[in-house]
Design a protein around this ligand. Structure first.
Ligand code: ATP
Ligand code: MG
Length: 446
């Protein structure tokens, strides 16, 4: 009976649908009870509703709950303006300039509360390729739904009634495990080319297939990504790489033709024959960490993605007669200057990357006091994990990693016994290295 009702609403609602009534799906059908929400998002909705506003949990969280995945965060959508939202919560602040959203602090949680967005029209500012630049009008809930990218992302959950409000057949599409674009895919990619990357990432992460209508244009429209600001691409690529499904995403991006000069980061990943094994291992290990709920650091990730570039430059510098450590530091700077800019790597992440790279030659030193000093380095663990990946990829001998594994875990005396004898040549080399031309602190103590 309910099913019949729902499918009738769906049928009448399949097309564009701003003006159509949405399907209101009861808990008996979708099975998501309000206790599945974070307490912060639930309380945020309840407070706004008590003040007479509409408020729903929206987007990725509803989608993830419906397919049995763990939502990353719970966003709220409302018809209250940012100013009105702010007045409802003592601990809240408005952020953003163009399209303002409100961060509501609930205990440890920060809930992102967004006012329903309105329809784009002729007055919407776009660049010469049709990419939407400003998008700051408020609208109705139906308009808000139509502005979202995929049907599965346009679902609203009301914690009070435990219903899912579905304007675009999202629940049905999710059941069919399909990622379907709302509206005409080409037009939606033109408005925002990043949606192509989102399609690939969400499909890989959620095990959905991209509806052919939405999939077909990706290949032809890929070059529109060139006009997207680097910082936005970086954010999206970082999401993709830390989704827990990076290997699948990267493989699919390659299949969709979304590489070769379009995304500098993908060029780096896919176009280095020597580094491919290393990069794929690194991505697989990141995926594994994400799935086990362990943290990942962008610094570590990018250090792996760019390592073989560093190796190539390092070899060049050494061939020119530069000493080993200064050559490494010059290679690091060259790679970060070139790639860092293209990829919009932030300064802080660049610092992390350098730390990890700079530690690598220090693992080769297994005599005297130096191994002890290395253990005390705050970045030791990341450096060691990096070393392990290098060994797994066949770049260096596994014996070195095994030595460090044992050395870390050995007790005092046992540790001392492990040290290698200081080679005579080693000392001479070290004395010579005391005054390299452009020594950095790490270089001279290495
Ligand atoms: P994730 O699991 O990565 O958080 P998500 O779908 O929640 O996936 P967010 O970036 O958190 O992604 O976006 C929240 C919601 O905002 C989406 O579910 C979607 O409804 C809408 N949205 C995000 N990006 C876009 C976009 N580029 N175009 C249209 N709607 C978007
Ligand atoms: Mg989200």
């Amino acid at each position: 009976m309910i099913r019949k009702l729902i499918s009738r609403v769906f049928r009448g609602n399949k097309n564009k649908g701003n003006r159509h009534e949405p399907a209101v799906i009861p808990v008996s059908s979708h099975g998501i009870t309000r206790d599945r929400l974070s307490s912060g998002s639930r309380r945020t909705c309840e407070t706004l509703q008590a003040e007479g506003f509409k408020a729903y949990v929206v987007g990725g969280a509803v989608r993830d709950l419906l397919i049995g995945a763990d939502p990353k965060d719970f966003d709220v959508a409302t018809n209250a303006t940012p100013e009105e939202v702010r007045r409802c919560f003592r601990r809240s602040r408005i952020i953003g300039r163009r399209f303002q959203i409100v961060h509501v602090m609930m205990g440890q949680e920060v809930i992102e509360v967004t006012t329903f967005r309105g329809t784009l029209d002729e007055t919407t500012k776009k660049d010469e390729h049709g990419r939407v630049l400003h998008d700051n009008v408020f609208g109705s809930q139906a308009e808000d739904a139509a502005r979202r990218d995929f049907t599965a992302n346009a679902l609203y959950y009301d914690p009070t009634t435990e219903t899912v409000i579905d304007y675009h057949h999202g629940v049905g599409d999710l059941k069919a495990r399909t990622l379907r674009m709302i509206g005409e895919p080409r037009a939606r990619y033109r408005e925002d080319p990043v949606r192509m990357l989102r399609a690939v990432r969400l499909a890989a992460k959620l095990g959905l297939s991209i509806d052919p209508e939405a999939k077909k244009p990706i290949r032809e429209m890929a070059e529109l990504l060139e006009n997207v600001p680097a910082a936005r691409l970086f954010d999206e690529m970082l999401k993709l790489l830390t989704s827990g499904h990076s290997v699948k995403c990267i493989t699919q991006l390659r299949d969709e033709g979304l590489h070769h000069g379009l995304l500098p980061l993908l060029d780096v990943i896919l176009e280095q024959p020597l580094g491919e094994k290393f990069v794929m291992l690194a991505l697989a290990s990141t995926d594994e960490r994400v799935r086990r709920g362990k943290g990942t650091s962008p610094g570590f990730l990018f250090a792996t993605l760019l390592w073989h570039e560093v190796l190539a430059h390092w070899d060049k510098m050494k061939a020119k007669g530069e000493a080993k450590i200064p050559a490494l530091f010059q290679a690091m700077d060259t790679v970060l200057d070139v790639q860092g800019e293209k990829l919009a790597i932030t300064r802080r992440i660049a610092g992390d990357i350098k730390d990890i790279w700079a530690l690598q030659p220090r693992f080769e030193q297994r005599a005297g006091k130096r191994p002890y000093a290395l253990l005390e380095q705050p970045r030791f663990r990341a450096g060691y994990d990096f070393l392990l990946l290098r060994a797994q990829a066949g770049e260096i001998d596994m014996e070195l990693v095994e030595w460090w594994t044992r050395f870390q875990n050995a007790e005092g005396d046992k540790r001392a016994e492990m040290l290698l004898p200081e080679a005579a040549g080693d000392k001479k080399k070290r004395r010579r290295r005391k005054k390299p031309a452009n020594a950095t602190p790490q270089a001279s103590d290495a």
